[in-house]
Design a protein around this ligand. Structure first.
Ligand code: ADP
Length: 259
């Protein structure tokens, strides 16, 4: 009589997935999606089984950046078969909406979509699933951090003060939600002129390193402003899939994460 108390529903993760790492930023446009796709590709090139979930509900960039965009199959209307690109298993909210159309869903629908992408997608066996979050500190982050068993989060920022102020908010949010911050990545930290080789600190330089030190979290890497990175992202083949300095930089970043 009285029965057993209902077990508390704790955070979950898809059964074959070893680690889930969220990639966030304080504000948009700092390169969070670019870093996510390149890191995923670099991890795949390092022999890891990698998934990438594009949870950037309001501006899903992964279909374009990874060069695939079609509606994933769902043989029984429940399970969703993810797509594959550049060695990465991929799911994006962008596969479900037409490119250029705004996602105008109410909160509960968004949360439902997020839960579906996490729980109903056949992720298979993965060493790591990267989640490209929307910028800022909203509902998606809250839902993900409380309902999903995250290994931790990475925060991407440019060295510019306005970006850093928002990055700090994102870091505080992860702290409040008890999601470990694995480290920060400084993106667009320097521009080296391809013709004369002179260096320009367009968004400042070193701000993220200082922030990481002040907060006691690791600086995982610094990435320059790089035309090739932008062109590669727009063309659907991330720069990390090719050869050269940026591919090497992402390979190092990936090594740092898996060591
Ligand atoms: P976010 O996900 O933070 O909104 P994106 O990854 O979409 O940012 O990047 C915004 C724009 O900046 C994109 O056009 C992208 O190609 C470009 N970009 C990102 N990182 C770099 C970089 N290191 N060098 C040059 N362009 C970059």
């Amino acid at each position: 009589i009285g029965g057993h108390p209902k077990p508390q529903e704790g955070p979950t993760k898809p059964s074959g997935v070893k680690r889930i790492i969220a990639i966030g930023s304080g504000k948009g446009g700092v390169g969070k999606s670019t870093v996510s796709s390149n890191l995923a590709v670099a991890l795949a090139r390092a022999g890891r089984k990698v998934g990438l979930l594009d949870a950037d509900i309001y501006g899903p960039s992964q279909p374009r950046m990874m060069g695939v965009n079609k509606r994933p199959a769902s043989p029984d209307g429940k399970r969703i078969i993810p797509l594959h690109a550049h060695g990465v298993t991929l799911m994006s909210i962008g596969f479900m909406v037409e490119e250029g159309k705004a996602v105008v869903w109410r909160g509960p629908m968004l949360m439902g979509a997020l839960q579906q992408m996490m729980g109903q997608v056949e992720w298979g066996e993965l060493d790591v699933l990267l989640v490209d979050l929307p910028p800022g500190t909203g509902d998606v982050q809250l839902t993900l951090c409380t309902k999903t068993e995250l290994t931790g989060a990475i925060v991407v920022s440019t060295p510019q003060d306005v970006a850093l102020i928002d990055a700090r908010k994102a870091i505080n949010m992860f702290g409040t939600l008890k999601t470990p911050v694995l480290g920060l990545i400084e993106n667009m930290s320097l521009f080296v002129c391809p013709t004369c080789g002179s260096e320009h600190q367009i968004f400042g330089h070193g701000g993220v390193a200082r922030e990481a030190e002040a907060l006691g979290v690791p600086l995982l890497g610094t990435l320059p402003i790089d035309l090739e990175t932008r062109l590669a992202g727009d063309s659907g083949t991330p720069v990390a899939a090719g050869e050269g300095a940026m591919a090497d930089a992402y390979a190092r970043l990936a090594q740092g994460l898996i060591k």
